[in-house]
Design a protein around this ligand. Sequence first.
Ligand SMILES: [Zn+2]
Length: 125
Amino acid sequence: MKKNSFLNSPSIMKLALQYKLAGKPPKCALCRSRMEKQDRPLLFLLPLYHDDEYIPSAAYYNRHCTPIEDVSQIPTGRRACRLWVCVCPSCGRRKIAVEDFLRVRDVELSEKYTIYEEAELSSLL
Ligand SMILES: [Zn+2]
């Protein structure tokens, strides 16, 4: 197999994209360890389309997130977000990472990635 065809294969492209788009979990403020994203993020619809702008905040997400089960429930052109619980492997401290994205066919374009205290978004968990 030629190098180029390997790099251009759909699965490699998809992996590279997922790697690029995946926001890193934060570092723990207490022990400086990199936190770990827990499996199974929660999925929500946002009242935004395409490249609508807003200032991400806990207040915004608390007010506007509508829970959904699966990406198949995202209407075309509508923005959605994933909410990840991140846990420190050393001390167990938790934070919440929110990634707002636009899904275009099978590709997810990351729009905003922000980190919150668990208490700020506890109503969504
Ligand atoms: Zn820690």
